[in-house]
Design a protein around this ligand. Structure first.
Ligand code: SAM
Length: 233
């Protein structure tokens, strides 16, 4: 998978790929990361990329010209590129999107800054738009990293243990049951006794009950939305 980050601030993104799982995936040639800075395409003599909003309103909006030229260039060099814009004005990104996008070969993430991107750019170039939640960030870079990370985990070879994908929250409507590590007792706090007895069917039942309780408490809409009867005890 190749990712191209279209951003005015590539430095904000680069550090994330310098360690841990995604770095290893880059070292194994499973992932390739590129950057494209719209400022490099600006025809303004001062390389400006933004201007005041037509029709009024606070703040600056990213101009169409640098982004049109950057994205035309990107598309001319990459036939199968899938262009994703990050914006709060979109449907929220979810786990199924992560799994679906993992089948692409090249994804470009376009980050807005300031008050956002001139809508004509999004209309012309977006294959998809995503929000990562109902709050406003200063720019799309973090949002693009969030999506890139979630997609990458679903690409063959990125995770050491692919089985861990199957048992995670959002694979079913139930959130994952609590996990515990060693030691069995830490500062007087015990792991639930059933976890310690080695009876796998009992552990499974307890985990299911805890999953159900957590989901009812934190995300009750998940159970309603997914007709979750089949997953419950
Ligand atoms: N004026 C915009 C609005 O009210 O919808 C917000 C612009 S925000 C300050 C600047 C950029 O951050 C956006 O163009 C987008 O790329 C990114 N951004 C902010 N919040 C986001 C979110 N929840 N999901 C995805 N991208 C976001």
């Amino acid at each position: 998978m190749t990712y191209t980050f279209v951003t005015l601030f590539p430095n904000l993104i680069e550090g994330y790929f310098k360690d841990s799982i995604l770095k290893r995936a880059i070292d194994k040639d499973i992932l390739e990361i590129n950057y494209l800075n719209p400022r490099d395409y600006s025809k303004n003599k001062h390389f400006k990329v933004d201007d005041t909003a037509i029709g009024g309103g606070a703040g600056m909006v990213m101009n169409p010209q640098p982004l049109f030229d950057a994205l035309d260039d990107l598309k001319s060099r990459n036939e199968n590129i899938h262009i994703v814009f990050l914006t709060p004005v979109a449907k929220p990104f979810v786990q199924n999107d992560a799994k679906r996008l993992a089948n692409k070969t090249h994804i470009a993430f376009v980050s807005g800054r300031y008050e956002g991107i001139d809508e004509r750019v999004i209309e012309k170039y977006a294959d998809e738009v995503f929000s990562i939640g109902d709050y406003i960030l200063t720019g799309g870079e973090l949002a693009s990293l969030v999506i890139c990370d979630a997609v990458s985990r679903n690409i063959d070879g990125v995770l050491g243990n692919a089985q861990s994908l199957e048992v995670e929250s959002f694979e079913t409507p139930l959130l994952e049951a609590p996990s515990f590590s060693k030691p069995k007792i830490y500062e007087g706090l015990c792991v639930p006794s059933e976890y310690l007895k080695g009876n796998h069917s009992k552990i499974r039942s307890l985990k299911l009950a805890l999953s159900e309780a957590k989901t009812k408490f934190f995300r009750p809409e998940q159970l309603i939305k997914h007709n979750a009867e089949q997953y419950l005890l």
